[in-house]
Design a protein around this ligand. Structure first.
Ligand code: PEP
Ligand code: MN
Length: 359
């Protein structure tokens, strides 16, 4: 599988790392498209993105300008000389894009999560030679992402890449979509010749996160970045808080430090990066657990309850040990970890009871 993958390329373009794709979340007006493209092009950006059809989570948002926008992208191509790419989600989108001479397509996260939609798009692409980028599905499911890529590859598209745009999650976080870097890193380990593009705009959801996320992606050996850029971000019709002006984008790109990625034959670098990420996630989870535990401490304090309740503790050790065993780990190992966590939990609850710590 994927033996015949080729790097994304366009005639006359030097595709050295990082490949930069930039443009507004949505094509809104002809003026906005032309003005943004002109500014990006003046900063040496050659690949323009813009959404024509916008999959919105809820009805009522701006759902895209539709086929009318294709003519604006043709102007960007003809008059400014950029390569243009849009998102497609249906057979009709693919046909309209091919007909309009769009240079590259991407498939959005809500679409890549749906095998029926992916197959429909793959069938529509059969026999055409156009580079395609597939965003990760909204949910953190690597197999679903690989399956979506396979469908496009099986349709004969060999200039195929993956876009990491983070994963949807419930609740408020620093990021709009959690990066879960170990997932794209695992994709790279499984399919080393697949180009990986990072979308810091949708991961971060905020302008100020675009630069650090872009640098992080570069440090992890991503091949390129797709960044939302708008001539007037504050008045954008979609995703305004994450779009940057072409000037800011130029600054961000120029500040990037590009280190060569050296890989050992066993791919240890990638595996170690995965471990680092997973350890960070473990720490965050532990921290979250301690927070909840301190709240319980507060409750016990208000209700004059003792900190340690043996029944509950026995239960925790037993159930976790059993689940651990089912997962193929040693029950003793899990019980030892749970005992250590419990010790720290009790220590923090005592601190809460003694008013030395707040929940
Ligand atoms: C987009 O690129 O504007 C978009 C809709 O992204 P995603 O599919 O990652 O949500
Ligand atoms: Mn967007």
């Amino acid at each position: 599988m994927f033996e015949e993958l080729q790097p994304i390329s366009f005639p006359g373009l030097d595709m050295k790392r990082p490949i930069i794709i930039a443009g507004p979340c949505s094509a809104e007006t002809e003026e906005q498209v032309m003005s943004t493209a002109k500014d990006l092009s003046s900063h040496g950006i050659h690949i323009f993105r813009a959404g024509i059809w916008k999959p919105r989570t809820k009805p009522g948002g701006f759902e895209g300008i539709g086929v009318e926008g294709l003519a604006w992208l043709q102007r960007v191509k003809k008059e400014i000389g950029m390569y243009v790419c849009i998102e497609v989600a249906t057979k009709a989108h693919v046909e309209a894009a091919l007909e309009a001479g769009i240079d590259m397509l991407w498939i959005g996260a809500r679409t890549s999560a749906n095998p029926f939609a992916m197959q429909e798009i793959a069938d529509a692409l059969e026999g055409h030679d156009i580079p395609v980028l597939v965003k990760n599905p909204v949910n953190p499911d690597l197999e679903l992402w690989i399956g979506a890529l396979q469908r496009i590859y099986n349709a004969g598209i060999h200039k195929l890449g993956a876009i990491h745009r983070g994963f949807s999650t419930y609740g408020k976080h620093i990021y709009r979509n959690l990066p879960q870097w170990h997932i794209p890193i695992e994709l790279r380990r499984r399919i080393p010749n697949m180009q990986l593009i990072c979308d810091p705009s949708h991961i971060g959801g905020k302008r100020e996160l675009v630069a650090p996320l872009s640098q992080q992606a570069m440090d992890m050996g991503f091949d390129g970045l797709i960044i939302e850029s708008h001539c007037d971000p504050d008045s954008a019709w979609s995703d305004k808080s994450q779009q940057v002006t072409p000037d800011v984008l130029n600054y961000i790109v120029n500040m990037l430090v590009i280190r060569e990625t050296t890989q050992t034959t066993e791919n240890l670098t990638l595996l170690r990066q995965q471990l680092d990420q997973i350890d960070n996630e473990l720490l965050e989870l532990l921290n979250k657990r301690m927070r909840v535990s301190r709240e319980i401490g507060q409750y016990k304090k208000e209700h004059s309850m003792p900190v340690v309740q043996t029944n509950r503790y026995d239960d925790v050790l037993r159930t976790r040990g059993k689940i651990g065993e089912e997962m193929g780990m040693s029950g003793d190992f899990i019980r030892t970890i749970m005992q250590t966590i419990h010790e720290e939990s009790v220590r923090q609850q005592i601190e809460v009871l003694a008013n030395r710590m707040h929940p």
